[in-house]
Ligand binder design. Structure first.
Ligand SMILES: [Zn+2]
Length: 266
């Protein structure tokens, strides 16, 4: 049997019987894989505290005709610590869920390990979690070939950059100048700032990606546009998005409450 040692980020686990686990992980060869960890739930040595969501680990496994058998793991760091804000936690779970649901198994997905690792590192260093999530989702869409290049109008063929205002429509899927009368539903109108954000998310090196900033007041709408696109493309609901939406609504409520209290006291 062929034994491998890889660097990996755990995406999730599923209990099997009382003490075993199946572990889903992204390894540094850019492949999403799953393996069987015998006795993992009660392991005091081989797997203790390492097979947790978004743990970065050194993982040893054997490839067998029946699949991967995990042998040992060592923790490099956790990316879910329990001390992060609810918004950060929500963003991390969306990223995890998107990769678990939509990243193809076993085949190499070039660049995806670096993208995930650097996204998680950036989330630990900044309060700008929604901005990072937006950039991650666009980059993921481009890396996987799910997104068009956002260069030309689907109706007249003109460059979107010349249109100033443009539309990203989901049903039917098209990008157009904003002045066309469009049938169908799910249309979001955007300006050139968002076009530049999308093009940077497509082409910039991952290390520079986080320098791209979306105006704060556009983030919620853009995230809704992106989450709806993902759900329509894959015909699946992304539960973590609903959770984050509730967190963001709560945040807005508390901002409104603060300002009304200030007015009342002023
Ligand atoms: Zn046009």
């Amino acid at each position: 049997m062929n034994e491998q040692c890889v660097r990996a980020i755990v995406l999730g686990t599923r209990d099997v019987k009382e003490i075993d686990r199946v572990v889903f992980f992204l390894e540094d060869s850019d492949r999403k894989r799953s393996g069987f960890a015998k006795g993992a739930k009660h392991s005091k040595k081989r797997f203790v505290n390492t097979l947790e969501p978004l743990a970065l680990i050194q993982l040893v496994y054997k490839e067998t005709p029946r699949g991967l058998w995990l042998q040992d793991s060592k923790l490099e760091r956790w990316f879910i610590t329990g001390s992060e804000s609810r918004k950060h936690l929500g963003v991390k779970h969306i990223i995890r869920e998107v990769l678990l649901r939509f990243l193809p198994d076993d085949d190499p997905n070039p660049g995806i390990f670096e993208l995930l690792l650097k996204t998680l590192q950036s989330l630990c260093e900044t309060s700008d979690a929604i901005n990072i999530l937006i950039l991650f989702l666009f980059r993921f869409g481009f890396v996987q070939g799910y997104l068009p290049t956002f260069e030309r109008c689907s109706v007249c063929g003109n460059e979107l950059a010349r249109a100033k205002k443009w539309v990203w429509q989901l049903t039917p899927f098209r990008t157009t100048c904003a002045f066309h009368r469009l049938s169908g539903t799910l249309k979001w109108e955007w300006d050139l700032e968002i076009l530049r954000v999308i093009q940077a998310a497509h082409t910039w090196p991952v290390d520079h990606l986080w320098k791209v900033k979306v105006s704060r007041w556009k983030r919620k709408g853009l995230l809704k546009n992106l989450s709806t696109w993902l759900e329509i493309t894959f015909h699946q609901e992304i539960k973590s998005f609903k959770w984050l939406e509730r967190i963001l609504e709560g945040e807005l409520d508390s901002v409104r409450l603060d300002s009304s209290l200030q007015k009342a006291s002023g």
